[in-house]
Each structure stands twice: as structure tokens, then as C-alpha cells.
Write a protein of this length. Structure first.
Length: 138
């Protein structure tokens, strides 16, 4: 059942693709996206901890491939039994950036790259296998 929910989340994020939107690379902890306003922006995360327990996450954006890129990322997870979403961490003008989220069980990490019209092309990274999401996740 969790795999179905993760699959649905990924599809819904991709359903809003527009001309120019591309997923250039995708891994379990990394994405490279492009839009009509950004040739390529990289995102990756690292995690400290064990599956099924609260962990510490480092969210890393490296948009220097294209200085016109505006990106945003946030983590949705479970902390103290409640689903919470961090505020968006935004980078502008191709700046790299990093933020840290502590003591949380991951539901998903959202990464988006801005289009010319100001909207975002967004993808989700969700836990897989032994690192499956907590049951409280949407």
C-alpha cells in the first residue's frame, strides 16, 4: 500500500509538466531538472540515521549549471507523530544552497525549478524499500 501511495505522489507531481520541463536525471537521493527558464538544476540529499527512526537530512541544491535558475525544496515528514512540512528553501540566480532538517521521518522531499511564467516544475523523492515512509504520511 505504501508503494502505491508513493507512486501516486510521483505521478501527480509530474502531471503538471509544461513544454520545456525535463527530468534529466533521477536517483534515490538526487534529481536534475530543467525548464524553459533553467537549462539544468541539481538537487541531492544526504541522511544521517536509520530507516524507521527520526533522521537528520541535508538538502543540497547546486544550480550553477545555469545562472538563471530559481529553485525551491522542502521536506514533508513525521515529527512527534504529526505530519509536518518545512518552509520552502529557495535559491536565486543560480546560487547553490543547503539547508538541514533534523529529527524527522521522511514522507517526501520536493524539488522544483521555476519556469518563465513563475510557476514551478516539481518532482518528489519518496522513500523506497527498507526506508519506506511512516504510516502517517499522506
Amino acid at each position: 500500500m505504501l508503494a502505491v501511495a508513493a507512486f501516486t505522489l510521483t505521478i501527480s507531481a509530474e502531471a503538471h509538466a509544461a513544454p520545456g520541463d525535463q527530468v534529466r536525471a533521477r536517483g534515490t537521493n538526487a534529481l536534475e531538472l530543467a525548464t524553459d527558464a533553467c537549462r539544468a538544476a541539481n538537487f541531492r540529499f544526504t541522511v544521517e540515521g536509520n530507516p524507521g527512526t527520526p533522521n537528520n537530512y541535508s538538502l543540497l541544491i547546486d544550480s550553477v549549471i545555469d545562472p538563471s535558475c530559481v529553485t525551491r525544496t522542502r521536506l514533508t515528514g513525521v515529527r512527534d507523530g504529526r505530519v509536518v512540512a518545512t518552509p520552502y528553501y529557495v535559491t536565486n540566480s543560480g546560487e547553490p544552497g543547503a539547508t538541514r532538517v533534523e529529527n524527522i521521518e521522511r514522507c517526501s522531499i520536493e524539488f522544483g525549478v521555476q519556469r518563465r511564467d513563475g510557476s514551478y516544475f516539481t518532482q518528489l523523492l519518496t522513500p523506497e524499500g527498507a526506508a519506506s515512509a511512516p504510516p502517517q504520511c499522506p
